[in-house]
Design a binder for this molecule. Structure first.
Ligand SMILES: [Zn+2]
Length: 302
């Protein structure tokens, strides 16, 4: 195996070592090389992918699906700051990111759930990206902080006057609301992230959590067998929430519940959200649907 490639010998969520492979291709294939070229605008380091498989397996114990061969931390930094063009990434986030209304809903729920004024609520967006959520939270009067890996994104947020913390700075600071939105599918060790989140959360604090729902990944990926065009290949993968080396963990409700339980977090009772005004049939039913089926919800300490 080439340098910068790590083999995940055990499930990154539960540590179990037996799995079933359901997708296996080689980066030596022309189709996959074209797919990588298109996905990263020609910036991907294809040298290190020689003789490497693009393989996705499912854990026999907790049912998490995960990419078996991944990049090491050094190469991941390169992926997020160089393979992905920072300017394009900013434009892409601005056009496809969450809406203002999406974040306002989270912040309004936090105010009513905690019964505190925004100025007294400390918010941390973990994996804040370009700080879109915090720009809104700041405007609403919250005390805001960001944690982010990518230096390009940190620079961007600092220009926008958003306070950025590092893993060792402000080590005693605890938060009322932590946003962990579309982070866990990207990281090699989701357990360590959840541990960090739990240790930074106040006793009555809440976590807004979301990852792509990959319950149907196997059915969606099965189509790739007959595909010969890289555009189509990329489209099918995106529809399955798969993006080589960026999305490396594929959660469903079951695998997520086990992982959260192990890390001392639990999904907030849907009743707490169902009665948040204004009440409609949709606003009442949605929290239950998310609780039992989906992969996005509020978490509390268990
Ligand atoms: Zn597992």
């Amino acid at each position: 195996m080439s340098a910068h490639i790590l083999t995940r010998e055990a499930c990154p969520a539960c540590g179990h070592t037996t799995f079933r492979s359901f997708f296996k291709r080689s980066f030596n294939e022309e189709l996959l090389q074209k797919y990588m070229f298109e996905s990263y605008q020609g910036n991907a380091n294809m040298e290190i992918l020689k003789d490497v498989d693009f393989e996705i397996v499912r854990c026999n114990a907790c049912s998490l699906a995960y990419q078996k061969y991944i990049l090491d931390d050094e190469m991941l930094d390169e992926l997020y700051d160089k393979w992905i063009d920072p300017v394009l990434a900013r434009e892409w986030t601005a056009s496809t990111g969450e809406s203002v209304a999406y974040y306002e809903k989270i912040f309004n729920f936090t105010i009513s759930n905690l019964g505190k004024k925004p100025a007294d609520i400390k918010v941390l967006d973990f994996g804040a990206g370009f700080g879109d959520s915090l720009i809104i939270a700041k405007r609403m009067g919250f005390d805001c902080y960001a944690f982010e890996y990518s230096l390009e994104r940190i620079r961007y947020m600092e220009q926008k006057d958003i306070k950025v913390i590092t893993t060792d700075s402000n080590s005693d600071m605890l938060f009322d609301l932590i946003i962990l939105n579309e982070v866990l599918e990207h990281v090699s060790d989701p357990c360590s992230i959840l541990k960090a989140i739990n240790s930074r959360l106040k006793q009555n604090g809440i976590v807004y959590f979301d990852v792509p729902d990959c319950a149907a990944i196997e059915e969606k990926m099965a189509v790739t067998q007959t595909i010969t065009s890289e555009h189509q290949f990329k489209a099918v993968l995106l529809a399955a929430n798969v993006c080589a080396f960026q999305h490396i963990n594929f959660f469903n409700n079951k695998s997520l519940r086990q992982l959260l339980k192990k890390e001392g977090l639990k999904i907030m009772s849907p009743f707490k959200q169902a009665f948040t005004t204004p009440i409609s049939i949709k606003s009442f039913v949605r929290p239950f649907y998310r609780y039992y089926i989906r992969t996005g919800f509020y978490l509390v300490k268990s």
